[in-house]
Design a protein around this ligand. Structure first.
Ligand SMILES: Nc1ncnc2c1ncn2[C@@H]1O[C@H](COP(=O)(O)OP(=O)(O)O)[C@@H](O)[C@H]1O
Ligand SMILES: [Mg+2]
Length: 417
């Protein structure tokens, strides 16, 4: 007997990260067979896909060849930096549906070109200079503090603050170390608080679903580390909120975004809000859970709709109470287990809990997002209750290493909003 040939169309998903698990489930429910592209041997989403090709999501022509071989009807990435550039490239070559073109995707994936375009459009962002070599650091004419950063990376890789001349060379060297480009950026360090806007743009109109404040830990030598918590609603002034709405509209209009998820990062100082960067995609990690719990909007489903040119109902996206995503860090070592999270879930102190490490996995000392051990979501009706629950969860949670020693970092936790 021959197996019945399936006439289901193929969708290709770029990267098998955790948020792409619901993406694959969504595509299957829509009747697609799913081919996953990820160079890792067993990324978290691989077990859901119908097949898995160990190809890099950045290898645009390899993905194009796969899409041709499968006669794919959709090539998609929802939550992964730069994979959306590959998706846009393949879609354009094969005339597949996509939320935006390759030129736009490429422009925004390059922090220098993005910044130049922001300036041209009159959108407020940090002043910057371009360095073509580490040696140029000594000629820099900017007042301190500044931030050195690569133009082609993500996840705060190689992003470092320099508060005085003596710190600048190290910061610049670190950025050059991790970039594949010949240039890096040095930016004016923006004071204030970091706020992210998770948006859906539909018919050119951005809808801000969630405005959350990101709580960032700064490391040794000014290294800019990733956030340890996100809280919505963001406690900022009404004027700053208004400015964020205006700037988000200007970005959608200026960059010609019609229907797409959009993530915009701001620095808010009093009533002032300036753009650090933006990306026409969903944020990584727990971001999609945050939007779902905070608003009821399934932004993964909305992203698939955006690829297919279909609208999503966003009618009741007004925020529902207070919400925090908290990340649990630990001292460097080998991960053993987490304790007490199930009780906290049962008691309703935390709403959701995620472990990011398998037993025996190394925990580095860098405290970047790769070193997160676990994350948990907390909901509450007031800011005070949100803080109280978060603190209680942090006090009761424990992280043990493989030898049973407690290594949890209880000091890295929300203290005030
Ligand atoms: N000009 C700036 N002023 C202050 N902080 C900044 C500035 N640029 C970046 N940062 C900090 O560094 C982090 C990472 O920088 P970002 O430009 O967002 O790069 P990435 O693509 O790695 O996320 C930001 O989330 C913010 O905390
Ligand atoms: Mg960023």
């Amino acid at each position: 007997m021959h197996p019945m040939p399936s006439d289901k169309p193929w969708a290709i998903v770029l990267a098998g990260t955790i948020p792409h698990i619901p993406l694959i489930e969504n595509l299957k429910a829509r009747g697609y067979r799913v081919a996953l592209v990820d160079y890792l041997e067993s990324p978290p989403a691989a077990r859901l896909a119908d097949e898995h090709s160990r190809v890099s999501t950045l290898a645009m022509d390899d993905v194009l060849a796969l899409a041709r071989a499968r006669n794919a009807e959709l090539v998609i990435s929802a939550c992964v930096d730069r994979a959306n550039v590959t998706a846009a490239y393949v879609a354009e070559r094969l005339s597949l549906p996509a939320p935006y073109g390759f030129a736009m995707a490429e422009l925004v994936a390059n922090k220098l070109r993005m910044k130049e375009e922001l300036v041209r459009l009159g959108i407020p962002t940090a002043a910057f200079r371009v360095l073509g070599s580490p040696a140029e650091a000594s000629h820099l004419t900017m007042s301190f503090p500044v931030v050195a950063k690569p133009i082609d990376t993500g996840g705060s890789k190689g992003v470092r603050k320099a508060s005085k001349a003596e710190e600048l060379q190290l910061a610049v060297d670190e950025a050059f170390k991790v970039t594949r480009s010949t240039q890096i950026l040095v930016e004016e360090f923006l004071q204030g608080e970091e706020v992210s806007a998770d948006c859906m743009v539909q018919d050119g109109q951005p809808h801000i679903l969630v405005l959350r404040k990101r709580y960032v830990q700064r490391g040794v030598d000014g290294a800019v580390l990733s956030a340890y918590a996100s809280v919505s609603p963001a406690a900022i002034s009404a004027a700053a909120k208004q400015r964020i709405h205006r700037v988000t509209r200007d970005i959608a209009r200026g960059f010609g975004l019609r229907t797409t998820p959009l993530l915009v990062q701001f620095m808010v100082d009093g009533d002032d809000a300036r753009v650090i960067e933006f990306a026409p995609r969903v944020g990584g990690g727990l971001n999609y859970r945050f939007v779902l719990l905070g608003t009821g909007v399934d932004i993964i489903d909305a992203t698939v709709n955006a690829y297919l040119g279909r609208p999503t109902a966003l009618a009741d996206h007004a925020g529902r109470g207070y919400l925090a995503a908290n990340h649990v860090y630990a001292e460097a070592g080998r991960f053993g287990e987490v304790r007490n999270h199930e009780q906290l879930l049962d008691e309703g102190i935390i709403a959701e809990f995620y472990v990011h490490k398998a037993r025996g996995a190394p925990i580095g000392a860098s405290m970047t997002s790769a070193d997160r051990v676990a994350s948990f979501m907390v909901r509450a009706d007031s800011a005070e209750e949100l803080l109280r629950r978060t603190r209680e969860a942090m006090q009761r949670l424990d992280v043990l290493d493989v030898d049973g020693r407690s290594i949890v970092r209880r000091d890295v936790c929300l203290q005030a909003l």
